[in-house]
Structure formats: C-alpha cells, structure tokens
Design a protein around this ligand. Structure first.
Ligand code: PMP
Length: 304
C-alpha cells in the first residue's frame, strides 16, 4: 500500500518523504514521546469520514504532554485543525488511523522539564479488522502492568508499551492471542493495548481507573452506552484473576481493538467460546454509532 501523501509536522503539511528527524534524536525519543491513537470511520452510504471522539483524544493528549512536563507551544485547537487538514489532504475515503505524537527533541537525556514538545501527526489507512470479526484466546501474563508511581499507565507514553511488548511476546510465544496484565497488587489491570470488561450475572464489571490502566475513551463510551442505551449495570471495581475464569463473557475494548470478544482465559473457555450475546449487542451498537449509521450521540463524531 502506498504511504499517505502528507504528514503534519509542527503546524505544517509536509510531504511524506520529507518528514524526517535527525538520527541522533532517536536515543531520547524512546523515553520522551507521548501520543494518541484515533480512529476515523468511513460511512460508505453517506460518503463521509467521521473522526471518533476527537476532542476526548485531544484532551488526553494534552494531559499526557502536561504530565510528562513537556511544553506545548501549539494550542490544542490548532492540533485539532491540523488533524482535519491532514486527513483531507490525504484524501482519506476509508477507515483511517490517526496518530498525533509529541516528543522532546534532544540528542541526550537531560531530564530537564519544560522542553518544547515537537508535534507530528500521521494518518494511515486502517488495516485492522472491524469489531466482532474474531474471538481471541487470552492468558494472564507473568509480567505485571506498570504502575502509577513507576510509569503511569494513565499517560499514553510510548515507553509504557515496552511493558506491553514483554506481555504480548510471552503470550504469542505460548500460543495465545493476547495477554491480560495484573497490577502489582494482583488485581486485573488491562491488556497491552486495550481495556477489559467481563460479564457476570448480566452485569458488566471492569477494573477502575485506579487499577493501573490507560483511561480509555472506548471504555468510557461503552460504560455510557451500557447505562444509557442498553440499561445494563456497569460496576467499576477491582477484578480478581479467578473472576476472569468464571465470567460468562469478556471482551477487550479500545480504539484499535474496538470490541473484541475473549473466547478463553488461561484455557478456561468462557461461555461457549464464541462471542457472547451481550458482547455482540455492544459491538454492533458501537460500530453503528462510530460510523454514523446510528445517528445518536452526534457529538462523538467529527465529520471531516
Ligand atoms: N489501554 C492501553 C494500554 C491502550 O494502549 C489502549 C489503546 N489506546 C487502551 C487501553 C484503550 O484506550 P482507548 O479506548 O482510548 O483507545
């Protein structure tokens, strides 16, 4: 597949091949880069692209920049306009993945705060499967999730994903599709790139935002949909490992993952090992809203 034509760099649209950084920057980019993963959904009937929850993602991006004490010199409104300009310039007429990045450009680790954040946005045609098309087999990882006073998972920092990589690599090596990480207190936190919900007795249970998770926008959306549309009770609380084994249903949720059903955890089959009835309802509702097929919650969709 061809690369998109443009990348947005510090406020300007730059041709893909010219969007480069000096090789000596790489040493510190790894420990001082925060980003967002945003999805835009193509509605084929309306021939429109909708960016899902753009403002929520921008708010979290700003928060990640602030928590890592980078200095944001381009206002969020301008980044927002930049995202829309980039997607238009790249003529995206299909599902698209958009990532704004903020990083400190320095050739050595100084540890100095208030460094100016460089800002880059890229858009990519989205190769990932859409919601509900596959079920995954999960294991509980032998790695613990990073924790707030070590590497705060609330910050969407690229460095946190090394923890994710350890967990995913182990899971795949042992024949699973996905890892589920416990926090250092032994309670369930999240998957390497998604949050987790389980179903017990018709109720949704999900680890709370103080369990060592990224404050997922999809998780919030699903909680709201369950409460307001599906009239299903959602409980945010500590989740024990063994609850994963006895849940009737479980699913992952996140921007990339969307709603992905979990068939088994540590080879304990959940339900009949297929997508559960409630998970299916949530996945369908989410897809239709994201794509604007269901017109409710228009404030979640920004038309490009
Ligand atoms: N947790 C982690 C570690 C993630 O990388 C993601 C994906 N951004 C999520 C949860 C889900 O967050 P969101 O719904 O905001 O994409």
């Amino acid at each position: 597949m061809d690369n998109p034509q443009f990348v947005w760099v510090d406020g300007k649209l730059v041709a893909w091949n010219d969007a480069t950084i000096h090789i000596t920057t790489l040493g510190t980019a790894g420990v001082s880069l925060v980003y967002e993963g945003i999805r835009a959904y193509w509605n084929a009937d309306a021939r429109k692209l909708f960016v899902l929850q753009l403002d929520e993602h921008l708010a979290r991006f700003e928060q990640s920049i602030r928590l890592t004490r980078m200095r944001q010199t381009i206002p969020t409104a301008e980044i927002r306009a930049g995202i829309l300009a980039l997607v238009r310039a790249n003529q995206c007429a299909q599902d698209t993945y958009i990532r704004p990045f903020a990083f400190v450009e320095s050739t050595y680790y100084s540890g100095i705060s208030n460094d100016q954040a460089r800002l880059v946005i890229n858009s990519m045609p989205n190769p990932l499967p859409v919601s509900g098309v596959r079920v995954v087999h999960a294991c509980v990882s032998s790695w613990s999730r990073v924790t707030d006073n070590v590497m705060p998972p609330r910050v969407k920092a690229s460095s946190n994903y090394l923890n994710s990589r350890y967990a995913m690599e182990e899971a795949k090596r042992n024949g699973y599709d996905i890892a589920l990480l416990l926090n250092p207190s032994g309670k369930v936190a999240e998957a390497p790139g998604a949050c987790l919900m389980i179903v017990r007795d018709g109720k949704i249970i999900t680890p709370s935002v103080t369990s060592g998770i990224l404050e997922s926008i999809t998780r919030e959306t699903i909680i709201q949909l369950c409460r307001e549309v599906l009239q299903i009770q959602v409980i945010e609380r500590d989740v024990d490992r063994t609850e994963l084994y006895i849940a009737q249903e479980a699913f992952l949720c996140g921007t990339g993952t969307e709603v992905t059903p979990i068939a088994s955890v540590d080879r304990f089959t959940l339900g009949d090992g297929k997508i559960g009835a409630l998970t299916q309802r949530i996945a369908t509702l989410f897809q239709n809203l994201a794509r604007g097929i269901d017109p409710r919650y228009p404030e979640w969709r920004t038309a490009v």
